[in-house]
Each structure stands twice: as structure tokens, then as C-alpha cells.
Design a protein around this ligand. Structure first.
Ligand SMILES: Nc1ncnc2c1ncn2[C@@H]1O[C@H](COP(=O)(O)OP(=O)(O)OP(=O)(O)O)[C@@H](O)[C@H]1O
Length: 591
């Protein structure tokens, strides 16, 4: 080796992940004061949710954010999850790329970076240690431990400063961290909005948040159902690369290629194995350790030519229409809401995903900007709000490509609309470690587009009905007020009887509404009929066409039912009055 080269190599070093991220904290999403704090909220909240759900617990989180000075805060975050056993606490919070979620499973976390990233940011900006209290069950006993520690960045490990037994009355984790150079904001990308959106995607959660001014916000849960646990799924042959196969071959305990493929990939039957052998000419009885790169490539090439059943989708758990609507109603109190969960499909040929979407109109929908509500697009991946980098995201690309005017939404930006889109997958194709935008895979863009257009059509129907009803009321009133007077006066003058004008009046009204909406009279009549049917359906009536008779589920006559309705309406009015006193989002000043 020449003199020069050895001198150059005098500086040769190895970086631990913590050292790397200390120099590149923006790669963890810590860039900008508002964003950095939001990312901290995001990491801690998603971990609490994942942990609680895995333990079958309805998540309840308490967050307390105090301002110590300008851009200097102390954050206390506690949850009711299963807690972290003592020996894992410093690994969780001080070792980067350590965690329990490196599996092909739908979860919010994927990388083992979030917790340690927060501790690193706190240490880098304040030099202060982290304080953790964990309550956990061990050998049937509830244990509590309090630890103070710092991160040894050079070693990618924790340095314990203090440890003591701590009395706890339930399981869960409480962490306290200080941050400087961050900012709490009510803006769209701020921490408060992050919580609000989190509640929409997670109606089963409860969050109590005390903001820096001392205001306490209680976001109550809208649903008492812990989401079913997603199952781990094996990768699909269409989604693997040659490198994946070589990696699997190196770390398997299987004795043959054959058994490696059937045990590591989904949809690999004996028949498919035979097909691979025929297409590649490779003897699949060989030992996995002997797999050559060219062989792995040939197998992947064969997979691309073969037909497989779609990947199993039991590993994907969507939020579901009912829950999406509950979450949106709780937070947005809209006048209209509709949602959709699309069927599972795949991107890159083998990675399954599901798109779910909801659209809400009126009420508190949209963001309030100087007395005006502007449309808001809420992007989610596995129920987690994506607050940043919207420009490059598959969801944004899909929504931009829709001609909203076709759906009667003339100015989407300025409408009181909230559009919710959630992408569920075991492998969400994030564009970076910050996990804020989804790669615009054509299949994902297509699914988001289809879901949104379906919802837009339903909203259009609602808006049309609303407009028609308003116009109808107004026009009928004009006709009803004036036509009888004119007719009666004319009859008097002509000394004839007042003609029967009801039917003509209804026709004229319909024609004028049709003119207004640019529709035919038949279309208006159809809409009216549909509306009536929907209303009857809502009240549980079924229409017996043969006997042109209407009965409800209890077989009461329509008249009886209407009488009941009047009583129920009165009772409902009384109930609403007392309910309106108990707001779900309670804001107690200085509580
Ligand atoms: N509140 C908590 N309760 C119980 N376990 C937790 C909690 N927070 C974190 N953990 C454990 O610590 C591990 C590391 O968390 P971390 O946030 O660093 O990474 P992750 O959630 O696996 O992935 P990502 O970096 O994508 O968020 C988790 O996998 C989980 O096992």
C-alpha cells in the first residue's frame, strides 16, 4: 500500500447508527422546530398504541407538555400498555435499530428507531437525561422501576445514571424528556393537529393532553373495540428479490431449496416448486447454503413468469367503515359522512395493501382559516397520520389527478370538506426513514383515486339533494303563496269556479327545479323517489311492491309508526338538549 493511501486510511472510522443519526437527525424527521416536536409526539403515541393493542388493551395516553422557556419544553408521556421489562428499557430508548417489529406484520412501527431517536434529540438539544418509569408484569407479579439514563452515542447503548424500585398500580410506561429548539404550534403540521388526526384514525383510543398554556383536552374514545391483531404473513413470491432469497438461504435451518421456498414464502405449493424446477432447470433438492446468486436470480425470474394466488390478506386489518365514520363524527361533527374500504390488492406484484377512505362535509370539517373552512386532506398509513412531505406522496398524486368539478365540488380547496385516506399494508412503501410519504406505486395511486371518486359521487348526490330541497321549498313557497291568490282573483273576475291547481303547481315546481339543476323532470322525480325510499329504509321499512304496501320491521302500519315517530322525536329533542351539555371534546381551562 502506498504511503498516501495509508495516510488516507488513518482516518478510517466506523460509525454506530446513533452517531450517524446524530449527524443526520433530519433523516429521522427532526428538521424544523414545529416538525421536530410533532415527530416526537408521533413516535411516542404510535409506540403506545402498538404496545397496548398487542396486549389487547384499549389505549389511554396522557401527555403533558410544559414550556420552560422560549423553544424549551419538558414532555411527559404515559400510557396504559403492558410496560417494558427492566432489562429492555435502555435497549428500547438508547439502541437504534432495536425493537420487536422487524416482522412481515402490519404495525405502526417498523424500524426500531423511534424511541431512541426521541432520546437522541433530547440529549442533543438539552444535554439532559431521560427519565422512565415502567410498570410491567413478571412471573405473575406487577413490578415498577424508575430509571434515569443517557445515550452513549459512540456505543449505541444506554448509560445508567440512577435506578430504583418504584410503586405502580398498573402496567404502562411513562417517559419524561426535555427538548430545546422545538416549537409547539396549532398549525396543520403542529403537535395538536397530529393528536386530532390520530383520534380520527384510532377511534378506540383516549388521549388526555395538557398543552403548554395549561389547557387540558380530553379526546374521548368513540369506540370500545380493540382492533383485531394483524397476523404475520410470509412474503409473496412476486415480491421477493434475488438478494432476499440469498439472505433467507443463509439464515435458514432448512436442508433443501425446496423446503426453504415452501416455508419462507406464501402460496408455494409442491406444484409451484415443480414449475420452478421446470422453468429454471435447478435441482431444488440442493442445500440452501449452496445457493448461488445466478440461481437466486433465475428463481426470481421464474416467479415473475408464473401464476400465483394473490397474497393472503388475513394479515391486513383495516379500520373499517363503521369505525372510520365513528372517528370522523366524533371529531368533525359533520352534516354528511360516507366511507369506503376497498378490497385488498397488491403492488409490486406481491405486496398486499388495502385503501380505506372517508369523506365528511359541513360541521367542523376542513381547517378553520380566518373564518373560512378550507378543505383538509388527512393522509394515513396503518392508522398513523402523515403530516409532512405531502408533495411526493402517492395519496396527494392520486387526489390531484381527480377532476373535482365533475362531482359538483367547484373549489375543493375552499370547501368545508375533510377527506381521510388510510393505506394498510405489512410493508408500506415509505419514501424515507421519516415515514411521512408513500411511494407513488401505480396500484396505490389507482386505488386511492377509485376510492376518492366513489366518495365524491356520494357527496355530490348529497349536495344535490340538499340544494334541490332548499330550492323546492323556496319555489314552492312562492308558488303556493301567489298562485292561489292569482287563480282565485282570476276566477272571481271571470265568474267561474276556482280550478283544481294542485297537480299543475307540483309539475311547475318540478320543472323549475329541473331547470335549475340542469336535469330532466324525470330525474328530479327519480331523486325524490330515491330519497323517500332511503328515508323509509333508514326507519326500517320494507316496500312490499306486489301489494304496494309498506310495513316496517315490527309490521306496524305507516300511520301507527308515524304516531310513534312523533313521540320519539319529542323524546329525542329532550335527549339532545341534555347531551349537548356534555361535549365529547372537553376543554377545561387551567384544569
Ligand atoms: N410504550 C411502549 N410500551 C411497550 N413497548 C414499547 C413502548 N415503546 C416502545 N416499545 C418497544 O420498543 C421497541 C422499539 O421502539 P421504537 O419506537 O424505537 O421502534 P419501532 O416502534 O419498532 O419502529 P419505528 O422506528 O418504525 O417506530 C418497539 O418495537 C417495542 O417493542
Amino acid at each position: 500500500m502506498s504511503q498516501q493511501a495509508s495516510e488516507l486510511f488513518d482516518n478510517f472510522q466506523e460509525l454506530t447508527p446513533s452517531e450517524f443519526f446524530r449527524k443526520n437527525k433530519q433523516m429521522l424527521g427532526f428538521s424544523g422546530k414545529i416538525r421536530s416536536l410533532t415527530v416526537v409526539f408521533h413516535e411516542l403515541i404510535t409506540n403506545s398504541f402498538d404496545a397496548a393493542e398487542e396486549a389487547g388493551i384499549l389505549p389511554e395516553i396522557k401527555i403533558d407538555l410544559k414550556r420552560l422557556d422560549k423553544e424549551h419544553y419538558v414532555l411527559r408521556h404515559s400510557d396504559n400498555g403492558p410496560g417494558i421489562p427492566e432489562k429492555f428499557i435502555m435497549k428500547v430508548y438508547c439502541t437504534m435499530f432495536a425493537g420487536s417489529k422487524f416482522r412481515n406484520i402490519q404495525s405502526r412501527g417498523q424500524q426500531g428507531l423511534g424511541c431512541s431517536g426521541c432520546v437522541l434529540l433530547s440529549q442533543m438539544t438539552t444535554g439532559e437525561p431521560a427519565h422512565v418509569i415502567s410498570g410491567y408484569q413478571e412471573n405473575g407479579e406487577l413490578k415498577g422501576i424508575k430509571m434515569d439514563f443517557k445515550m452513549d452515542v459512540k456505543k449505541n447503548k444506554g448509560m445508567l445514571l440512577h435506578k430504583e424500585k418504584y410503586p405502580v398500580d398498573h402496567t404502562g410506561v411513562c417517559i419524561e424528556l426535555q427538548f430545546k429548539d422545538v416549537s409547539y404550534s396549532l398549525a396543520e403540521q403542529g403537535a395538536f393537529e397530529y393528536i386530532r388526526r390520530t383520534m380520527i384514525g384510532n377511534p378506540h383510543a383516549k388521549i388526555i393532553f395538557r398543552d403548554p398554556s395549561g389547557h387540558k383536552y380530553i379526546f374521548n374514545r368513540a369506540s370500545d373495540i380493540v382492533p383485531p391483531l394483524p397476523k404475520e404473513v410470509l412474503p409473496h413470491p412476486k415480491g421477493v428479490t434475488a438478494d432476499d432469497l440469498i439472505f433467507m438461504a443463509k439464515h435458514t435451518d432448512k436442508r433443501r431449496f425446496k423446503s426453504l421456498l415452501t416455508s419462507s414464502l406464501s402460496r408455494m405449493s409442491a406444484k409451484r416448486i415443480k414449475e420452478v424446477e421446470e422453468l429454471t432447470g435447478i435441482d431444488l433438492n440442493k442445500r440452501p447454503k449452496d445457493m448461488k446468486w445466478a440461481e437466486a436470480e433465475a428463481i426470481v425470474h421464474a416467479f415473475s413468469k408464473m401464476k400465483f394466488m394473490a397474497p393472503p390478506t388475513n394479515g391486513l386489518i383495516p379500520i373499517g367503515s363503521d369505525q372510520i365514520e365513528k372517528g370522523m363524527k366524533q371529531i368533525l361533527k359533520p352534516e354528511f359522512i360516507t366511507s369506503i374500504t376497498r378490497k385488498p390488492v397488491t403492488y409490486k406484484g406481491g405486496v398486499a395493501f388495502i385503501v380505506e377512505a372517508g369523506i365528511a362535509y359541513g360541521g367542523d370539517c376542513g381547517r378553520l382559516i380566518s373564518d373560512q373552512r378550507k378543505a383538509e386532506i388527512m393522509r394515513f398509513a396503518n392508522r398513523v397520520p402523515l403530516s409532512f412531505d405531502q408533495g411526493s406522496c402517492a395519496i396527494t398524486e392520486a387526489l390531484k389527478s381527480i377532476d373535482w368539478k365533475r362531482y359538483g365540488i367547484r373549489d375543493l380547496d375552499n370547501a368545508p370538506i375533510t377527506l381521510f385516506i388510510n393505506i394498510i399494508s405489512t410493508q408500506v412503501p415509505y419514501l424515507s426513514t421519516g415515514k411521512q410519504s408513500i411511494a407513488p406505486e401505480p396500484e396505490i395511486v389507482h386505488e386511492v383515486r377509485q376510492a376518492s371518486m366513489k366518495l365524491a359521487r356520494r357527496l355530490q348526490k348529497h349536495l344535490r339533494k340538499k340544494r334541490a330541497a332548499k330550492e323546492k321549498k323556496m319555489r314552492s313557497k312562492i308558488f303556493e303563496d301567489y298562485v292561489p291568490v292569482i287563480l282565485e282573483e282570476a276566477a272571481k273576475l271571470g265568474e267561474v269556479e276556482v280550478p283544481d291547481y294542485e297537480e299543475v303547481l307540483s309539475k311547475v315546481t318540478k320543472r323549475s327545479i329541473a331547470d335549475l339543476l340542469g336535469e330532466t323532470v324525470e330525474e328530479v322525480e327519480e331523486e325524490e323517489e330515491d330519497a323517500l325510499m332511503e328515508e323509509l329504509d333508514e326507519f326500517g321499512y320494507k316496500v312490499d311492491e306486489e301489494h304496494s304496501n309498506m310495513t316496517n320491521i315490527e309490521n306496524k302500519s305507516v300511520v301507527e309508526e308515524l304516531e310513534d315517530e312523533l313521540i320519539i322525536e319529542e323524546e329525542d329533542a329532550k335527549k339532545t338538549q341534555s347531551e349537548s351539555k356534555q361535549s365529547t371534546l372537553t376543554k377545561n381551562e387551567g384544569d
